[in-house]
Write a protein that binds this ligand. Structure first.
Ligand SMILES: Cc1cc2nc3c(=O)[nH]c(=O)nc-3n(C[C@H](O)[C@H](O)[C@H](O)COP(=O)(O)OP(=O)(O)OC[C@H]3O[C@@H](n4cnc5c(N)ncnc54)[C@H](O)[C@@H]3O)c2cc1C
Length: 388
């Protein structure tokens, strides 16, 4: 039987950043991921490093947080990112009339947004829509989703964290109102092992309600599916967004030698086995053509869907739910001490999610060490496989 200070359930970006944060504070950590690392939403997202501009008109706090995290990630994980910048294009009346308010809202959130002449924007990106009336430059970028998460896993493992992929948490033992152990089943050989621990972090993303159910609890999470479509070739090197209030098919992201348009949003009951709908693919290709000339004429590469782990319950599609990070201390909300859920957020804010939940876990375990994950370069992603 093994003992760890903290058991983390979920091996996406959030679990990875949490494992690193806690290990850096000197705590012993084990993480369980039922599939390959990043096989949940983390390995399927759009790949935009959000400057926060997309949220500036709706939620200043999230916009500011994205900007702050973008700057930190540029420092600690530079080679998992592309600093390509972003253009917001006003291509209709709505966009044109929102432009001044948008630039002001970005600046109020410390996002350096600058309106540029359309002719200049076209020099940078010749294929932007002929309907472009105004253009705003923002510090958006591209994330290599896999490498960024793997840099956190490598850093966690180099600090002693034990990472178990293809291992599903199958039970959370609670005695005397506190978590005592996690049971985990190897999906390679079917063996089940019991790991005693002082605390458990639920980093199950859109599966977080199922993870909480292992301890007999409920957490408010709405899995909101989004579809993305990739075509061959880079139609632009910058991230191209439509200047309007967030809606479907607003963003074209260059990713390696592809261009990806996304996304849509619909509430789903089950985050597993999601398929893109034909009408979503059609809508996305048409929306991309309104931003970048000839997007849909590029050779089709792929369409896929993933579920956002939105923190909150919704009977609608979930657009009204904030993208905010939520930490649930189940000791306070449900009388199960030592059990914490980390919900919501973005891939861009993975480090911050790890920090916020680790602050609470460390305080619960009586460990006074502060978060230091913003201070050091992350380990190279390939170190993950080099470690014993
Ligand atoms: C369509 C779409 C586009 C997006 N685009 C962007 C973007 O461009 N930029 C951005 O910053 N963010 C984006 N996001 C948001 C971002 O992808 C997510 O916020 C982030 O990836 C969530 O990471 P996570 O680690 O919390 O969840 P996940 O990556 O889903 O990780 C949870 C993990 O828990 C595992 N798990 C579940 N149950 C168990 C169990 N019992 N035992 C062991 N493991 C278990 C799952 O297999 C999964 O791997 C997008 C999201 C969607 C849906």
């Amino acid at each position: 039987m093994d003992y760890f200070d903290v058991a983390i359930i979920g091996g996406g970006g959030t679990g990875a950043a949490t494992a690193y944060d806690l290990a850096l504070r000197g705590l012993s950590v084990i993480l369980f991921e039922r599939g390959e690392l990043t096989s949940g939403t983390t390995g399927r997202h759009h790949g935009q490093l959000h400057s926060g501009a997309r949220y500036a008109l709706g939620d200043h706090r999230i916009a500011r947080e994205c900007m702050a995290e973008t700057l930190i990630l540029r420092r600690i994980a530079a080679d998992a990112l592309e600093f390509n910048q972003g253009l917001f294009l006003a291509v209709d009346d709505e966009g044109e009339s929102l432009t001044d308010e948008f630039v002001e809202a970005c600046r109020a959130a410390d996002i350096p947004a600058t309106e540029v002449p359309v002719a200049r924007a076209r020099e940078w990106e010749p294929r932007i829509s002929g309907a472009t009336r105004r253009a705003v430059l923002v510090p958006d970028g591209t994330i290599d989703a896999y490498r960024l998460a793997m840099r956190f896993f490598a850093s966690a493992a180099s600090r002693g964290a034990v990472i178990r992929n293809y291992t599903q948490a199958s039970g959370i033992e609670v005695t005397g109102g506190a978590v005592r152990a996690v049971a985990a089943r190897s999906l390679r050989d079917g063996t089940e092992t019991r790991y005693e621990c002082g605390a458990v972090v639920n980093a199950g993303g859109p599966w977080a309600d199922r993870v909480a159910a292992l301890a007999g609890l409920e957490v408010p999470v709405t899995p909101a599916a989004g579809t993305m479509v990739a075509v061959e070739g880079r139609v632009a090197n910058m991230v191209i967004s439509r200047l309007r209030r967030p809606s479907d098919g607003d963003i074209v992201v260059p990713q390696r030698r592809l261009s990806i348009v996304g996304s849509t949003q619909r509430k789903v009951e089950d985050p597993d086995g999601l398929r893109p709908l034909p009408e979503e693919i059609e809508l996305l290709l048409a929306s991309a053509d309104e931003l970048v000339t000839g997007f849909s004429a590029q050779p089709f590469r792929a369409a896929w869907a993933a579920a956002r782990p939105l923190a909150g319950r919704s009977s609608e599609e979930g657009r009204e739910i904030s993208r905010d990070i939520a930490i649930v201390d189940h000791g306070k909300s449900d009388g199960v001490r030592g059990f914490f859920s980390v919900l919501g957020g973005k891939a861009t804010t993975l480090r911050r999610m790890g920090e916020l939940v680790s602050d609470q876990v460390a305080a619960f375990l009586g460990k006074a060490e502060p978060c230091r994950t913003a201070k050091f370069d992350l380990a190279p992603y390939a170190d993950y496989w080099r470690l014993p």
